[in-house]
Design a protein around this ligand. Sequence first.
Ligand code: ZN
Length: 685
Amino acid sequence: MKKIIVLFVTVLAIAGCTDKQKTAKERMNKQEFNYVADQFADLQILRYRVSGFENLPLQQKQLLYHLSEAALMGRDILYDQNNRYNLAIRRLLEAVYLDYRGDRHAEPFRALEVYLKRIWFANGIHHHYGEDKFNPGFSPEFLADCIRRIDASRLPLRPEQTANQLMAEVFPVIFNPAVMPKKTVQSGNQDLIAASSNNYYAGGLTQKEVEDFYAKMVDPNNATPVSYGLNSRLVKEEDGTIAEKVWRQGGLYTQAIERITGELEKAIPYTENSKQKAVIEKLIEYYKTGDLKTFDQYAILWVEDTASDVDFVNGFTETYGDPLGIKASWESTVNFINKEATKRTRVISDAAQWFENHSPIDERFKKKEVKGVSAKVITVSMLGGDCYPATPIGINLPNADWIRRDHGSKSVTIENITEAYDRASQGSGFNEEFVWSDAERNAIQKYGFITDNLHTDLHECLGHGSGIILPGVDPNALKAYSSTLEETRADLFGLYYLADPKLVELGLTPDASAYKAEYYKYMMNGLMTQLVRIEPGKDIEESHMRNRQLIAGWAYEKGKAGNVVSFEKKNGKTYVLINDYAKLRGLFGTLLAEIQRIKSEGDFKAGQKLVEDYAVKVNRPLHAEILERYARLNLSPYKGFVNPVMKEIKNNRGEVTDVIVDYTEGYAQQMLRYSKDYSFLPAYN
Ligand code: ZN
């Protein structure tokens, strides 16, 4: 539940840098490093730099190397989780893409190329953010013609299946918009399980059957419950029995999981200390058994390892993809600490108890003792599964509430990703188009980078970790609304404290008005510009987008009487204007108190009402205007990353003497290489 993705990309300069630093920065920009790798459909593909990697000791480089290999081994798992046809369709299209002998610049093939690139980006046939199935943009006849020219051995056929039978099976999934139209349906009056076409539930299960199955497992008296259902597909067999198929070695996805544990085992000799070694060993044990108690033991060991420089996430982690928030998608990140930038987050985590005590929430919901909030700034060196190519800028784990309560949480800000966003977006014209006046633009220019990173730090490090759930309250009480409400809570915590004089006192913000830059950006984004990501006529589905509109829309509505925030017109264009920043902070505090109450008491009805009233519906005329203005800027609303290529250098005795990082690989090249070298699952699982 605890992931933050970039708000929107603006033109930001690093505030407060001297001319001399600027020249150094400009020089760096002019180096061959090319931040942009590709652009198509609504996507821009960037590269990130792994600064400092070359100076690490060889042992850490080797540890990072094997963890990075493990990060790539699970790629197919996510495809299969997202939809049961994803692997077959990806392989079918890759075979056509590699084999095509016609004009690769002519229209039907170009449309196929874009479609395949979108599938690679989304890890499947549905949009990674909007959840809708892609429209192929080429005809079934064209694809059928391509397939007939390919040797059958290269097609993802079931046993005894012919090419014609394969086409009969998968063409409706590719071409018929009515078949599996949405990956995940997050809310509404329909059966969320039946309406979602992801692969977490099978055999025609209904939402009621799933809820009943897991409700039986919840023991309100158990203070340390496992994350029920986290690592399995729930299946209804033909005889009507309902059972879990666990994702583990020897179980579902074993072919990929064996490779993951194989690389984790190779990483062990290079661990930095015994604690880190124990973390990896416990993770291997969990992958081998699928036992969720072992997963909790692993999570505790992981959260308590704060001394190691190298760190990673590898496993079934976040539950955004399941409308009921039970099943976790597979993901991985591999990283090492950025010691200089971590000084900033250390100041925040050291003051964690002060922030908890002064929070505007009811005393009953506060943590009496904030435990083990550890925060750091990291440099990622490999992204995999649900963190690739679309990437979070911050992560806070583990997700189990009782582990957070008893053992704390680890929170990271990924600064080489925010840096890449920043560099790639310079000169985009976005702020010139959408920000009200020079006053706001200058504030964003001066403070935006600092306050943006700080908001992420506060969101991850303190926001998610704050507050308690009252004893006896079911942690899953908010059901389909839990992700949105949890992100709302963390964002509000960050927004509320950004304006606190304590931040100036701690030396985190340069002065008492710096927060206004983030407030302006947040309100403009939540009320207006994030809509560039929504297609005309559609509502908002994704939980982070919902949370931002909830906050901005609620604050606008409640501040109307006092004219706190207004919409203004200039030359026929709509802008957001903040008239009273102090009152806006007060509103953020009020909403934070209410969202915390909803979570602490498990008040489903109130949570549902807030989300449905403020977070889902789109203002159609404003949406049309924003899309039209945005289209003229020629920007991509979504961004993602290619990974660097990591290579072991060996001497003539076969010993590894160095590990190097190479940035020259292109997007399609990387995806095809991964499909060749890191694809272990059968087409159907
Ligand atoms: Zn979050």
